[in-house]
Ligand binder design. Structure first.
Ligand code: UTP
Length: 226
């Protein structure tokens, strides 16, 4: 059986408007795919975690404290997906090893963040390492990897395929890791070491997400770990 880890952006799960229909439809896709693929899902915090971090910052919180707030929200989001999955949820894991062990037998394991200093993309890379996953799916609200932010530069180049070394150039420079990246720089480093593929897809397009989980061709970007 193939093994897949999905990093779902918080803003995909919880957009501006309450969209429980989407969470239920996502759960249906996961249940269907979970019959033939072992799946772990790491949920992000997105807009809601940034909202709390903003308030925490105004109160004089440290970066460490703001990260802790963000982690709490990622776990709340994993809780929502767990409710939608019902009996197909294997529960919310405390750490990547547990998450890897809980996935399978038709049940989807879930988790949120772990510790300050990175995002849930990096956690997904850690779970994938524990699981020996065939690929990571990054389900965000952007449909592919671009040379620059396409909202800022409409002429940015869109990639359908790239080696992970190119993704590393995009997300990381020698001075600083970027704040809101297409994929967490630590996650890119882990996937580089593990030679693991990352499929970058629009998570709101559930047909596309299902294709990525099943290893079929996608409209997004296939980042090759080798
Ligand atoms: P996210 O993974 O949602 O971060 O975690 P993000 O920056 O919104 O990620 P993308 O853009 O969807 O990929 C929300 C926040 O929670 C904290 C960080 O502050 C992060 O920005 N966090 C999350 C951690 O400190 N550690 C974790 O393991 C996960």
């Amino acid at each position: 059986m193939e093994r897949v880890v999905i990093s779902v952006g918080g803003s995909v799960l919880i957009p501006e408007k309450n969209d429980s229909e989407y969470i239920l439809a996502l759960a249906d896709v996961l249940k269907r795919c979970g019959k033939t693929v072992d799946i772990a899902v790491v949920c992000g915090g997105g807009r809601i975690s940034r909202y709390y971090a903003g308030i925490g910052r105004s109160l004089g919180g440290t970066e460490h404290q703001l990260d802790e707030l963000g982690i709490a929200i990622t776990r709340v989001n994993a809780g929502l997906l767990s409710i939608a999955l019902g009996d197909s949820s294997a529960g919310i894991a405390a750490n990547p090893k547990e998450c890897a062990e809980m996935a399978g037998r038709g049940r989807i394991s879930l988790m949120g963040g772990t510790e300050p200093g990175h995002t849930t993309d990096a956690v997904a890379a850690m779970v994938a390492r524990e699981m020996g996953a065939d690929r990571i799916i990054n389900a965000s609200n952007v449909d592919a990897v671009y040379s620059e932010d396409p909202r800022e530069n409409p002429d940015a180049e869109r990639y359908s395929e790239m080696p992970i070394s190119r993704l590393k150039e995009i997300v990381y420079d020698e001075h600083s890791a970027c704040k809101s990246c297409v994929f967490d720089p630590l996650g890119v480093n882990i996937c580089t070491e593990d030679c693991r593929d990352i499929f970058m897809v629009n998570g709101r397009d559930l047909g596309e997400l299902e294709n990525a989980i099943m290893g079929r061709p996608i409209k997004g970007t296939k980042v090759s770990g080798r």
